[in-house]
Design a protein around this ligand. Structure first.
Ligand SMILES: [Zn+2]
Length: 206
């Protein structure tokens, strides 16, 4: 005999003839009729049973909490962490090898395209193509402040952004930390402007 799907209405569908076919709409109520055990039913079947069959809604249908898949605990988590570190190292090494090889071969591909006057080639459904990119940069022998001043003068100040170097400032803050002070103690003008965050991460060696 057919059974209603999990969390679905167990009432017989109007399609049922001599054989029971479950309604299978999402169950929302537990309903008790003449049978000894209650049934889970959808809104429409519950209404129908209450109105026309003297059944009673005895409560909402709640999916039983399924047991949570237990995550790794304790030393098993540490072992898994070690295994993942090994896998990550191997994957990164493979990625680096592939990236290096691509960098080596790209100039040869560019040369081929230019020599044959084509800008793309499809092989086995994968297309490699020539991509035109423009990059703005400083003229030879022009330093950064000079280039920035020229941009300001040209009415393009939006492209000049003063910024600080997070890496070197963090390195300085670590140095001060080793000396037993903080960057704000050493430079009170930074109070309320620069913050030092402490984070704890897991390192792995091997
Ligand atoms: Zn139903």
């Amino acid at each position: 005999m057919l059974k209603a799907s999990e969390h679905c209405c167990e009432e017989a569908s109007p399609l049922s003839g001599s054989a029971y076919i479950p309604c299978n709409a999402p169950a929302v109520f537990m309903v008790k009729n003449r049978d000894p055990q209650p049934y889970r039913m959808c809104q429409a079947c519950a209404d129908h049973n209450v109105r026309n069959r003297g059944a009673k809604i005895i409560g909402p249908y709640k999916a039983e909490a399924r047991p949570q898949k237990r995550g790794l605990q304790g030393i098993a988590a540490v072992k898994k962490r070690v295994k993942l570190k090994t896998e990550k190292d191997a994957a990164e090494a493979a990625l680096k090898r592939i990236t290096d090889e691509i960098a080596e071969i790209d100039p040869i591909v560019v040369e081929f395209f230019q020599r044959h006057g084509v800008d793309k080639e499809t092989i086995d459904g994968v297309t490699v193509y020539l991509r035109r990119e423009l990059w703005a940069g400083r003229e030879e022998n022009v330093d950064m402040p000079t280039a920035c001043a020229a941009l300001q003068e040209a009415g393009l100040p939006d492209y000049v952004e003063p910024r600080f170097n997070t890496n070197s400032l963090s390195a300085y803050a670590r140095e001060l930390d080793r000396q037993g002070t903080t960057i704000v103690e050493a430079h009170p003008a930074l109070q309320g402007k620069i913050k030092i965050s402490e984070v704890f991460k897991i390192g792995a060696r091997g």
